[in-house]
Design a protein around this ligand. Structure first.
Ligand code: SF4
Length: 338
């Protein structure tokens, strides 16, 4: 199963791969299918990617015509084909088990784990779920060989990595750097900041990620480096907010996003995302930051500890990091925000 839902705000790497080289996705899925003994690969693509869908459909047709997909792939006796399923715009359907419900014609809601997808997944069958970038990495690993591929990057984060860079930099876009490059290297690869602008904060990992300060650009972009710095790489989103950005408005937008996208299955997330947004709106409207921050912490802790899936568990990450790392809502900041 190829998870091409890619609905984390600020993420667009899988779209670029599918639009630019759909054959690489087909080849990678076929190799993955061969490796695990699957006869059918499902590609679940978000409905908002019409061009990627067209390119993939065309590529699949061509691949079938050339015997690269079908009952006898390249005359090897291995049967494999790909079916595309389109999402209908729900963020939660990018969750690895909610995808199953969406494809099976049920509500796109996460399932409790265990059982894990590799034990009981789509249609109750063992299923390997990976996103587009992960699958496409299979190709250079096979071409270069594992050790050569692993020589790129660091010991614990191997290979190259795609970063979706957006916000105030000179040249936002998709950048590929070896794991281990720093946030500063990435910003510099994008031409740095425009004249006169400085970095106020960087949101790593998208709406479900966390903020770091503008003076923390030496954080290495690796799984272990991000973890050591108390943050996350998440889906590879790097959103740079310059000194003119309205942080409170950004947080309200993030909170509204999670309130909208919560599937409503479990109470901590269904209610917590609403309360979180309400509290931020009260602060923006002049409410007492001290009591609101205490409430935000309580709601955030409940969502993190008691939600079923990653949406609820991470819905408070950006707000928490803005409070604790950026010092937002401290008295002077609050006065400024007003
Ligand atoms: S955490 Fe939120 S999105 Fe996830 S299952 Fe619960 S209500 Fe649904």
């Amino acid at each position: 199963m190829c998870n091409a839902d890619e609905s984390e705000p600020g993420t667009f790497k899988d779209r670029v791969l599918m639009e630019g080289d759909p054959f690489s996705v087909i080849e990678a899925m076929t190799i993955a299918g061969y490796a695990i003994g699957a006869r059918t690969g499902y590609l679940y693509i978000r409905g908002e990617y019409p061009r990627a869908l067209r390119h993939l459909e065309n590529a699949i047709t061509l691949a079938r015509g050339r015997g690269l997909l079908g009952p006898d792939v390249l005359g090897s006796g291995f049967a494999f084909d790909i079916e595309i399923r389109r999402g209908a715009g729900a963020y939660i359907c990018g969750e690895e088990t909610a995808i199953f419900g969406s494809i099976e014609g049920q509500r796109g809601e996460p399932r409790s784990k265990p059982p894990f997808p590799v034990e009981k997944g789509l249609f109750g069958k063992p299923t390997a779920v990976n996103n587009v970038e992960t699958l496409v990495n299979v190709l250079p690993i096979l071409l270069m060989g594992g050790p050569a591929y692993a020589a790129v990057g660091t010991d614990q984060s191997t290979g190259p990595k795609l970063f979706c860079l957006s916000g105030g930099v000179r040249r936002p876009g998709l950048y590929e750097l070896p794991f281990g490059a720093t946030l500063r290297d990435l910003v510099e690869a994008a031409g740095g900041m425009p004249e006169g602008r400085t970095i106020q904060a960087v949101l790593l990992g998208g709406a479900a990620g966390a903020f770091v300060r503008g003076d923390e650009l030496d954080i290495p972009l690796t799984f272990e480096g991000a973890r050591a710095a108390g943050t996350t790489l998440g889906s590879g989103v790097v959103l740079v907010l310059d000194d003119t950005a309205d942080l409170v408005a950004t947080l309200v937008r993030v909170a509204a996003f999670f309130r909208d996208e919560s599937c409503g299955q479990c109470v901590p997330c269904r209610v917590g995302t609403v309360r979180q947004e309400e509290s931020l709106l009260r602060i923006r409207g002049g409410g007492d930051p001290e009591s609101e921050v205490a409430l935000l912490r309580e709601v955030g802790r409940a969502m993190k500890d008691a939600s079923i899936c990653g949406l609820g568990q991470t819905a408070w990450n950006a707000v928490e990091s803005a409070i604790d790392r950026l010092g937002l809502f401290e008295e002077s900041e609050t006065e400024e925000a007003r």
